[in-house]
Design a protein around this ligand. Structure first.
Ligand code: KG4
Ligand code: ZN
Length: 333
């Protein structure tokens, strides 16, 4: 019999529902939330309310697009964490209610684990592989031993890579989320025009708060001399900031791959949508004879398809949750 999973993702500001059948994605519906743009960042209370409004239509549409009936579903999966507690609560409560109504088993999924397992939607890295997971809330280098067993070997001590993009963008006066805009404007800029210092952090850990501070001080100094400095240099500033962040990420990844002698290397998480990171990751892979993996664009940022795939392997392993499950804002791999 086929395994059909209905998966719900609501950890941050995207409400998403997906349906998978035997690990193939039949539907992946994502409703973004424009309401945060005004505020320069995700407002947790507004995110929870938007999830409440979106969740029923998003799930309905996913089931409709998948062309399945509710009675065919084998299990309901949900993101248990990490994420914003109010946002998670909406998805967890909906999944529990749906499972109760249809008498279905529940499967809880760790959002970061799901970002990593998203590789198996369209490709098939062999174990063990290394995954650089870069999102708005996390930056980790993970040793992936199998679908369910993963070890974090390096992570950020302060801001995440996505936060570094978004906070730098905010300093440049760009709206939230600034990461994709920095990516876009960088294409027309000179990445070596401005140099920002790279932090010296031990082993495979990262730090981005120093980079942000040096950008802030640099902009303060230059705009004092020329109030139009940002406007006149926007593209070069974006390209230089992007290069600094990508340099930091790829240096650590290369160091980890060398030390662990692993040549199967993957990228995951929202920041892996960044075009410079994707291109330079592939170049680095060629230079080091790595087999490289990057999820398709739509599976890089938050989506429920990755929750469905992670849940599929948990289903096979008979790892079920129950009606007592609560969301977890912090949830380690
Ligand atoms: O994984 P994700 O969708 O949500 C979290 O789990 O955090 O990642 C969102 C992050 C945001 O910080 C966003 O600015 C960043 O990914 N991002 C990008 C790009 N697309 C999304 N950063 C740089 N370049 C991009 N093209
Ligand atoms: Zn994410």
């Amino acid at each position: 019999m086929s395994i059909i999973i209905l998966a719900i993702e609501s950890s941050c500001d995207d409400t998403s529902a997906a349906v998978s059948k035997d690990a193939k994605i039949l539907a992946n519906v994502i409703a973004g939330q424009k309401v945060h743009e005004l505020w320069g960042g995700v407002v947790p209370e507004l995110a929870s309310r938007a999830h409440q409004q979106n969740i029923v239509p998003v799930v309905d549409l996913a089931i409709q697009q998948a062309g399945i009936s509710r009675d065919e579903i084998s299990a309901v999966a949900f993101t248990r964490g990490p994420g914003l507690i109010g946002s998670l609560l909406v998805g967890v409560s909906f999944a529990k209610a749906f499972a109760l109504a249809k008498n279905l088993p529940l499967i809880e999924v760790n959002h970061m684990q799901a970002h990593i397992v998203s590789h198996f939607i369209d490709s098939n890295p062999s174990f063990p592989f290394l995954c650089l997971t870069v999102s708005g809330g996390h930056t980790q280098i993970v040793l992936v031993k199998n679908f369910l067993e993963m070890e974090v070997i390096g992570e950020t001590l302060d801001d995440a890579a996505g936060e570094a993009f978004d906070k730098s963008a905010k300093l440049l006066g760009l709206p939230y989320p600034g990461g994709p805009l920095i990516d876009k404007y960088s294409k027309q800029g000179n990445a070596t025009k401005f140099l920002f210092p790279e932090p010296q952090i031990k082993d495979f850990d990262f730090s981005f708060s120093g980079v942000k501070t040096s950008i802030l001080y640099f902009l303060q100094k230059e705009t004092k001399k020329n109030p139009d400095f940002i406007k006149e240099n926007l593209y070069d500033l974006c390209a230089s900031i992007q290069k600094t962040i990508v340099d930091i990420l790829l240096k650590k990844l290369a160091k980890a791959a060398k030390k662990l002698e692993i040549k199967e290397i993957a990228l995951a998480g929202g920041v892996s949508a960044n075009s410079e990171l994707r291109t330079r990751f592939e170049e680095l892979g060629k230079k080091n004879s790595w087999a490289t993996y990057i999820p398709k664009f739509e599976y890089c940022t938050d989506n429920a398809a990755m929750i469905a795939i992670a849940a599929h392997y948990k289903f096979l392993n008979k790892e079920f949750s129950n009606q007592q499950a609560e969301p977890l804002a912090r949830y380690h791999l």
